[in-house]
Write a protein that binds this ligand. Structure first.
Ligand SMILES: N[C@H](CCC[C@H](N)C(=O)O)C(=O)O
Length: 293
């Protein structure tokens, strides 16, 4: 057997602190899960002087199809545990920024396993249409045939919603008063969620009368830990707050995870939207192994 060491060009981006290695899908990376597990590691993974953190929350394999108008990007997110996520809100913003840099387009279509999402670019700011949040048991999915609204699951009172991926959302008085690493794993693996769930906390902290604001923390499936930001989780906080009658109207909501501020809308009659920055950190090359018999 021949073992070839091949250098793969990569770029590192982040969206409000949710950070990703970006690889053009035309590059040969035969073992994507192993590549993600190796280079996302927070102690021994990818590092660079222009990045504050070692490792990443996932690897985005992006395939640009510039012939379409608007241009399309096929996005595959491989997570640090090697699993593929159906959707990622911050990842979709990064995918749109990456493709906009290559095409000059200000509107793009992002193809994800959860469906096609429209992206609009305005400078560093990217808005993604996130689909209609779904509470239906089969859509979450749940292992039962009734919705799960404000019920105790493994000691945490949660509402289950799918915003591209499943979230168990707990609206609490103070997100920082919860020991998320301690409570989240049991909820993430609870029998109620046959495919698992991301575990998201939200607390309302309006600081003026103009825009409602929530703080947010998310423990992510696939990362198996808390991330600095989660876009589907931010939409989930706003969707659950609306569903529980704690948020009125169609107006934008600010949702603030530890890594920054996101702007969310959850209209009655159309897709939710997620807006916020996507920033490039650096470009580099990473080694991957290609074995041939
Ligand atoms: N960070 C992502 C979510 C990744 C989803 C993933 N953790 C899963 O459901 O397995 C976001 O910004 O929406």
């Amino acid at each position: 057997m021949t073992v070839l060491h091949h250098q793969v060009p990569i770029q590192k981006y982040h969206g409000t602190g949710n950070d990703f290695i970006v690889v053009d899908a035309t590059e040969s990376v035969p073992d994507r899960p192993a590549f993600a597990t190796t280079y996302c590691d927070r102690e021994t993974g990818v590092s660079h002087e222009r990045s504050p953190r070692t490792g990443a929350d996932g690897v985005l394999f992006l395939s640009l199809e510039p012939r379409y108008s608007p241009p399309r990007v096929v996005m595959t997110l491989v997570q640090p545990d090697g699993s593929i996520a159906a959707m990622c809100g911050n990842g979709a913003r990064v995918a749109a920024a990456w493709a906009a840099e290559r095409t000059g387009a200000t509107e793009l279509m992002i193809d994800t396993p959860a469906g096609t999402r429209r992206a609009t670019i305005d400078g560093d700011d990217v808005t993604i249409e996130m689909g209609v949040p779904a509470f239906a048991p089969r859509a979450v999915p749940l292992s039962r045939d009734t919705e799960l609204i404000e019920e105790a699951v493994e000691g945490l009172t949660v509402t289950a919603v799918n915003t591209g991926v499943p979230h168990a959302v707990a609206l609490v008085d103070d997100v920082d008063a919860v020991d998320l690493d301690a409570v989240a794993p049991a909820v993430r693996y609870a029998d109620a969620f046959p495919e698992g769930a991301n575990v998201t906390l939200g607390s309302r902290v309006d600081d003026d009368d103009a825009t409602p604001r929530f703080r947010q923390r998310t423990y992510e499936r696939g990362v198996e830990g808390e991330t600095r930001s989660c876009g589907t989780g931010a939409v989930a906080v706003a969707a659950v707050a609306k569903r529980l009658g704690r948020l009125d109207g169609h107006d934008a909501v600010t949702v603030s995870p530890p890594g920054g501020d996101l702007r969310i809308t959850v209209p009655d009659d159309g897709p939710a939207t997620l807006a916020g920055p996507a920033e490039r950190e650096f470009a580099d090359e990473l080694e991957t192994v290609v074995r041939s018999p």
